[in-house]
Every structure is written in C-alpha cells, then in structure tokens.
Write a protein of this length. Sequence first.
Length: 675
Amino acid sequence: MAAHLLFLLYRHHPIITIFLVLILASTSCGEVDNKDYRDCEKHFNCGVLSNLSYPFWGGDRPEVCGHKGFELKCEEGQLPIIPSDTLEFRLFRLDQSSRLMTLQLVNSQYYICPSQTLTNSSTKSDIHVFGYDLNLKNLNLLYNCTVPSSTLEQNRISRSYCSEYSGRSFYGSDDILESSSGLDQTQCSIRFKIPIPAESFRRLTGDKPELEQVLREEFNVSYKYDQGPSICDGCMASKGICGTNLTDPNREFLCLCRDHPYPFVCKGHNLKDRRRMASIGTNGVKNVGGKLGDILKDKRLRIAAIGIASGSAGILIIRIILCARRKASSSSPQVFLKKTHDQDLKDLIRHHVPPPLKEYSFSDVEKMTNFFNDKLGKGGYGTVYKGRLTDSHLVAVKVLVASEGNAEEYINEVASISRTSHVNVVTLLGFCLERDKRFLIFDFMPNGSLEKFINHENAFEASQQLGWEKLYQIVIGVARGLEYLHRGCNTRIVHFDIKPHNILLDADFCPKISDFGLAKSCTGKESNVSLLEARGTIGYIAPEVFSRNFGRVSYKSDVYSYGMMVLEMVGGKKNHEAEISSGSEKYFPEWIYKHLEVDDESGINGVPTSEQADSVRKIIIVGLWCIQTNPADRPSMSKVLEMLEGPIGALNIPPRPFLSSPPRLIPYSTTTSLT
C-alpha cells in the first residue's frame, strides 16, 4: 500500500517524492564504505607515546594514514624511533599542536670513529621532516681522509681525533666545509652528516669527549609537511581524515572521506559547493512551497502526502534516536560529576604537558621511595626523598604539601620543565597528584646542590673537591642552560629563582638548573614579563623585580641572579650577608669589585694558581657585568658565554653595580622566597 501511494505521488509530483526520499536517505547513521577511513579514524599509540595522528604512522597504523618521512618504529614500553636513510632518532616528546618534537640520535657512539669496514657512507641526511629548522646545523663527520694537514690548518678545521685510521679524521659544519679551499670530501672513505643544535657547535673544539656529549644530547626541533598543514586542516574541516595516496609515486596528499578519498577535501564540503548547495537548498524550499497548494487540492494525493510525511517523520525520529545511541555507546563514557580541585590540576597538567611525561599513583611513589625512608633535604618548598624505579633507575622525589598557595607553583614547574630538553636543565620523569600531596619525580643528582660547596661553614674544604677548573665549567654550564631557556626551547622561560640551591650536580658535576616553581613563560620574540608581585630569593633578586623604577622585568632578571651566584662561587660568601667591620658596612659586590680593581685574589675562595687566575678574573668581570643596576646594561646569556669563552684581554671592567649597598631586607637563615 505504501509503495503504491509512493508511486502515485511520484507520477503526479516527482520533485516532492525525490525530496522526501532524500530526507530519509540523509538520516542514515553514516555507515562508512571506505576502509582507509575506518583504519585512520582513530588516533594510535606507539611505544610509550599515545594519541598520535597524522602525519605520523607506523606499528599498527598503515602508511595511508601518515605522511612520507614520518614513519615510527614502535616497540611496547619503548620510545618511538624515527628512521631515515642513514640516521635514526629516538622521539622523546611530541607536541602536535605546535609541531615540535624532542629527538635524540640513536646509537650515537656508532658514528664516532666507526669500523674501517664501513666505507663510502652516504652523506645524505634525510632531515626534510625537520622543516630545515633554523636552530639546526649539519655536523659533517669525515673519517680516514687523504687531506694534507696544511689544508686543515689553512681552513682552521678541527684536527684528527681518531687513531684507528691511516688517514685523518675531522668534523665541521656545512658552512666551514663549503667555504674551505682545497678540501674534497670524496677524499674521505667514511662520511656522515648529522643535524645538531646550532648552539652546540661552539662547544666543539676538536676533542672526542665533547663530540660524544653533543651527539648524545636531546634536542628540540620543529617539523612540517611537504605541502603544509593548511591542506590537512582543510580536509579535516570537510569531515575528512588526512592521508597519503599510496598509488602516487610521490606519495602526495589524500583526503580520506567516508565514501571514498578525494585529492583535497571531501565532496560537498569545499567552499564553492557549500555556497551552491545553500543556494539550491533555498530555491528548492521555495519550489516545494509553491507545489504544496496544488497537492492539497487533490484529496487522494493529500492523504498520500500526509501518510508518507507522517511515516517519514516517524522513521526520521527513530533513526535519529538509534544513531545517537550508537554514537554514545561507541564513544568513551563521560561521567558528568563535579570535579575536585585535584582533578582540575590534573586536567591542567595533561593539557600543558607532552604525552611522554608519566603520571604515577601514590602507591607507586610509596614503593619507589621505600615509604619515604631516605630523606635528601627539606626546604620551604617541601621535602625531597631518594627513590628507585622498577628498572633500578635512581630518582629524587620532590614532595610539595598541597595548598592553594602552591598550586600555581606546582603547575608552573611541571609545565615549564616538561617543555625543556637540555643537558644543563634537570629532567622531569613524572608526576603524581593524589590525596593531599603533590609529587615530582626527577633524575637523581648524586652530588646534590651547588650550595653545599660554597655556602656553609666548610665552604673552603668543599670547594677544594671541585677545583677551579670544575667551578669554571659549572659557571659555563649554568650559562648554557639559561641561554637555552631564554632562547632555545619551545617557549621562552624566565626562571626567576637562579641561586646555588637550585643548581644540581650530577655524578660528573655537570650542573642542572632545577626548581621552576616561580618560572614565567613568554612566546615568540617577547622578552618582557608581566609580574603582579615580586618573586625570587633575597640576595639574588634583580632590582627591577622589586621596583619598576629600575626598568622592565625580563630575562635580564635571570642574568642578574646568575651574576650574583657566580660572584658568590668566587668569593665563598653569601651575597645577602652584610659584614660589619670597624663600624662600616661591606656590601659583597662592592667588596669583590675592590679586589678586582687592585688585582688581589687574597680574598678569593681558594686562591687559584697562576694558570687559573685568568679564568677566575673572567668570572668576576662577567659576574659584575651581569649585576648592573640597569637591565639594559646587562649582557644576554649568549653574550655571557661569548665573554667566558673568549680571551681575557677582550673584557672591560664594568662600572660599579651600586654606589652603595641596597636597603637591607629581612634576614633569613635558609632560602626565604618572595612569592
């Protein structure tokens, strides 16, 4: 009967019949006919990284779902590997919204003085996925070269550092090798081209240990797609999924849609089609409206139209309900309950922190610390315990007592450190937010903080454990870490609490900047920072942080704190201490400035030998430049490194930082902070 009525209606008014059929067809639940669409619809996991999507593919994710150059090797419980023709990189962190990732060269030792059986290695470096990041430069490793030593000396190229070959071995950047006269790389039997951070080149002086360290380090890099992300965005806006055309030899972009793939956007969703469909839809409604009067004049057709319309409406409602239920059952369950404060913090952390950062439960923390048995230290921030992970890796567990006041500090520290990756910045391994405690899990630093070597009763004995050469390397290491925070990481970070207590030392006394609770971030080329209140530790806080009359708060505030700290390392005094002698005040920077003027090292913490005197004098001069009252007079950390690593003769003695000592604040015994 219904079929007869539908046929009758179609004979007299085919347009209306087609319109009703289209309504019924459009209410289908969107069954997907395209297999590639189904395969690529969901995000995927690779090793310890989760929620990955285009342009990445690998493991269970087919190539059609990704982009060339973004294949990942996946192994359960391990970090993904990005392979290329000649190199492999371990993927530590990934921020797909900003298109940034943290990488480390796999088997870096393999590229240092390799076996002579490896010959004619390609110098090709498949780094197009890095988008030719301006922060990267190619390091060329050339082995067993029949190049005359005069050519190397003429072009100032690093001398040989491998004794395994009859020929010479050296390395250099593309710029150096391309501008070198008389140098033919084909004269070398083994060649590698490896991208490294541009800042790392200044540390390479031709020594093998320095090369090993640079190749081992993680580095941040941006990536891009060959055709740009806007094409993928357009595909996704049309309800499609970004993919690759496997039938194309060049592996061009393909938009995977529910029915079948299209070159750029799904059918009916490009802008012109949308406008045309809107126009057609409007005119169609007008035409249908004009025909309805004629229909209603025919009683039989009026009954048929009412029956079909009613049936269509019923079917439409039923299908909508079934589709809604199906979608609800297929998606992850949502429980709409009021979130607790801790849950809000967890959501903030997950929003700001890259996926590899592990979240631990309270029971995990209890086990790794042996129920908080080994206390390493305690301060205003909380307590630190020694711990051990299940793989025997030693960690330090920082416990902050939960309160409204330190919630921002906790989020700051997690979000700031998780975006960094540098040999002179502490590594955050995980966090725990449960009950009334907040935990941060770091790599364990066997030698504790720098403070114990310069700021206690036995500072002289402690400093002797380091020696002036080691202290000098610590000064440079902290400078490199700060330069990275100010310029080299994903988001520019101003630390605001640089002091000896927050400089940790690993087993080799390599310094690591820690405690980012007071840090502030800024993006792009922005350098000024907005503060509502003073922050930092007395004795290290820059004048402009207390009073805007001294200038605007910026990364130069960290430079001031750094200067105070390195002067303290030289003098073995706490720079907030004001010593009274014969009734006159002796302000620490002024005291050390006077020693510099008369070239007197008698008050220096552990008198250096004549060979070390230049390094000590450089530290003092740089420190005094860093604590200039006017922020504009202070050098950047890049300039600080240039001064420290350059000749002593190129440095000028700066003006006195203060004409007199600044107003003394409140005395304190440990690490009072203004937050």
